[in-house]
Every structure is written in structure tokens, then in C-alpha cells.
Design a protein around this ligand. Structure first.
Ligand SMILES: NC(=O)c1ccc[n+]([C@@H]2O[C@H](COP(=O)([O-])OP(=O)(O)OC[C@H]3O[C@@H](n4cnc5c(N)ncnc54)[C@H](O)[C@@H]3O)[C@@H](O)[C@H]2O)c1
Length: 252
């Protein structure tokens, strides 16, 4: 018996990184999982690699496009027979200091993190309310508290926290819990790309970031997946509207 037996989870941006880690953990605990990502082939490959016993599907979806989101959610309902959990994980960075940050850098980051979370949450809301059950989990970041070169990303990740609290207020009485995780430095393609952009070796960048927090190591997708598996479980049904920092103490 897994904690997630009989549940269907959608994880956006789950072809790799943190999303793939969360999808794997849900699958291991018994959930049927829909991996949503930009490229359908990569989403399908990631779904095949999950290794759970319940079905897993990969669906091509751009979370910042309403028609794409509605089509993806309709496919999940059709192919997996329902939906109980939504993790709004898809994300991008377009870092630059304010004077170099373009309108497109701003719009694309807002489009994926905020509009994406809005469209996806709206698309599952009716199902969640009708069945009087649902879990929505957002991905914020320690950058929500400000980070040089990330005005767009920081604003989006602070926005995720406000969005989380508001949906928790609106949907609590319908049996829907809405929470967020704010990761610190997690070793993924996203942070490896940042290292390359800064001209720092990936390993060196990880070492620098490990030194910057009390536990003296970087985080891994499994660290976020463990917190996600708790927050989206029935053991956490009295927890809503919260943002849990999973950052090795970096925010202390
Ligand atoms: N890695 C970190 O240190 C860190 C820290 C804090 C928060 N986060 C957040 O965690 C989440 C996952 O980050 P990651 O490090 O795994 O990133 P990643 O770049 O490794 O993976 C992100 C995934 O999202 C997908 N994606 C991007 N735009 C999309 C769109 N429009 N529609 C659907 N899918 C889309 C990408 O294709 C990719 O598979 C993001 O929201 C990120 O902001 C990451």
C-alpha cells in the first residue's frame, strides 16, 4: 500500500530536474502520473522512466498557453481517469541586471511561472471542487526574497507565494490544499546553465553554493520530492497556504 494509491498526479516541467524527481517519488508511492513538458517526446521518455506500478503518461504542453493547458488536462482526465494532485513546477530563468533585462525576459518568466500556474490551477479547479478533493503545490524559490540579476524571477517566485495563499483561502472549504515549496540551490540543468552563463565550472559553482548554507551541501531533486510527497499527502491535510523553505537553512 502506497500513500498515493488511487491518486492521479500532474507534474508540469517533469521531463527533467526537480519535476522529474517529484514525479518519480509520486509514482513510487503508488500514484498514476502525468508528466507535462514542452517536448512531448521528452515527456513520454521521462514518464517511461518513472518505474511505478500505476500508469504514467507523457504529454506535450506549454503551461503558458491556455489552449495547450486545457488540451493537456483533458487528455489526463481521459487517459488516467481523473486528477487529484497538481504540481506547478515548470520554470525558466532569464537572468539579467535590470538595465539589461528585456521586456521579453520579463514576459517569458512571468508567462511560465505565474500565468502557467494560474492556467493549470484553473484547468483542474472544477474537478477538484466537484470531487471535494485536491492538492495544488507550487514551486517558489529562496529568490522570492530578492536575488541580484533576477528581478523577473524573484518577482515571479514571490508571486507564487501570494497565489498560493489566495488559492488556499478560496479552495479550503472544497477540500483543496494549496501549498508551495521554496527550494534553495538544487543541482539541476537550471543551475548548471547558470554556472555556464557566469563562466564558472559546474562543480565549482555547486561547491560555492554548498558552502553558502548551514548544511554545507547542495540540494537534489529528491530533497524537494520528499517535501512534495508529504505536502500533497493526506497526512498534511491541515496544512494549507504555506510556503516551506527546503534550502539547507540558506534563508536563516
Ligand atoms: N534548481 C534550483 O536550484 C531551483 C531553486 C528554486 C526553485 N526552482 C524551481 O523549481 C522548478 C524546477 O526547476 P529545475 O531546476 O528542475 O529546472 P529545469 O530547467 O531543470 O527543468 C524545468 C523544466 O520545465 C520545463 N518547462 C519550461 N518551460 C515550460 C513551459 N512553458 N511549459 C511546460 N514545461 C516547461 C522545461 O522543459 C524543463 O523540463 C522551477 O519552477 C524552478 O524555478 C529551482
Amino acid at each position: 500500500m502506497g500513500r498515493y494509491d488511487g491518486r492521479v498526479a500532474i507534474v508540469t516541467g517533469a521531463a527533467r530536474g526537480i519535476g522529474a524527481g517529484i514525479a518519480k517519488r509520486f509514482a513510487e508511492e503508488g500514484a498514476a502520473v502525468a508528466v507535462l513538458d514542452l517536448d512531448e517526446e521528452q515527456a513520454v521518455a521521462a514518464a517511461k522512466a518513472l518505474g511505478g506500478t500505476a500508469p504514467a503518461i507523457g504529454v506535450g504542453c506549454n503551461v503558458s498557453d491556455a489552449a495547450s493547458v486545457d488540451a493537456a488536462v483533458a487528455r489526463v482526465l481521459e487517459e488516467l481517469g481523473g486528477v487529484h494532485i497538481l504540481v506547478n513546477n515548470a520554470g525558466i530563468t532569464r537572468d539579467n541586471l535590470l538595465f539589461k533585462l528585456s521586456e521579453d525576459d520579463w514576459d517569458s518568466v512571468m508567462g511560465v511561472h505565474l500565468k502557467g500556474a494560474f492556467l493549470m490551477s484553473k484547468a483542474v479547479q472544477k474537478t477538484f471542487v466537484d470531487q471535494k478533493y485536491g492538492k495544488i503545490l507550487g514551486l517558489s524559490s529562496v529568490s522570492a526574497n530578492g536575488n541580484r540579476g533576477q528581478a523577473n524571477y524573484s518577482a515571479a517566485k514571490a508571486g507564487v507565494q501570494g497565489f498560493t495563499r489566495t488559492l488556499a483561502l478560496e479552495l479550503g472549504k472544497f477540500g483543496v490544499n494549496v501549498n508551495a515549496i521554496a527550494p534553495g540551490f538544487i543541482a539541476t540543468e537550471m543551475t548548471d546553465d547558470t554556472a555556464r552563463r557566469l563562466g564558472v565550472e559546474v562543480e565549482e559553482f555547486r561547491k560555492m553554493n554548498a558552502e553558502a548554507n548551514p548544511v554545507k551541501r547542495v540540494g537534489h531533486p529528491e530533497d524537494i520530492a520528499a517535501a512534495a510527497a508529504f505536502l500533497c499527502s493526506d497526512e498534511a491535510s491541515y496544512i494549507t497556504g504555506q510556503t516551506l523553505y527546503v534550502d539547507g537553512g540558506a534563508k536563516i
